[in-house]
Design a protein around this ligand. Structure first.
Ligand code: GDP
Ligand code: MG
Length: 162
């Protein structure tokens, strides 16, 4: 089976930027992939010898109403069907209440989760990323999705069998 990698996090952290980068030249949607519904945005990705399905979601911010509730439901469903979750945060914005509530959910689901601190371009990444360790999900991977920085490393970490 091709692993399914879900991009999860609050709105505006860079999930779609990463999705577009991962699926760039191969953005064929894979709606017919077995076991997946059509409600999230799926793409097929090939990177560093790995082939995987990547799932983009609208985002969860913890205060959902109306259409946003739908978006959060999509994110929760994406977590359920994923083999690996890339939990994206914004290193510039810092840790937020929404990040903490998403982290709590991921810990309760016991999903294989990797914390990504995105947007580390042009900032002191090490000091900006320190606080994300308090999410309680282990190592914090630095990324600048819009620059492609850290993307290959992240996928190698996340998909190497262990
Ligand atoms: P999403 O809501 O999580 O899908 O976030 P988007 O992918 O739409 O990105 C939100 C904003 O963050 C956009 O303006 C992106 O250009 C910007 N962004 C995404 N990745 C990076 C990054 O690595 N560095 C910087 N500086 N901006 C980024
Ligand atoms: Mg998006």
């Amino acid at each position: 089976m091709i692993p399914v990698v879900a991009l999860v996090g609050r709105p505006n952290v860079g999930k779609s930027t990463l999705f577009n980068r991962l699926t760039r030249t191969r953005d064929a949607l894979v709606a017919d992939f077995p076991g997946l519904t059509r409600d999230r945005k799926y793409g097929r990705a090939f990177l560093s010898g790995y082939e995987f399905i990547v799932v983009d979601t609208g985002g969860i911010d913890g205060t959902e109403e109306g259409i946003e509730t739908k978006m959060a439901e999509q994110s929760l469903a994406a977590i359920e069907e994923a083999d690996v979750v890339l939990f994206m945060t914004d290193a510039r914005a810092g840790l937020t209440a929404a990040d903490l509530s998403i982290a709590q959910h991921l810990r309760s689901r016991q999903k294989t989760t990797f914390v990504v601190a995105n947007k580390v371009d042009g900032i002191d990444a090490d000091s900006a990323c320190g606080e994300f360790w308090s999410l309680g999900l282990g190592e914090v991977y630095q990324m600048a999705a819009s620059q492609g920085r850290g993307v290959t490393n992240m996928i190698e970490y996340a998909l190497t069998p262990y």
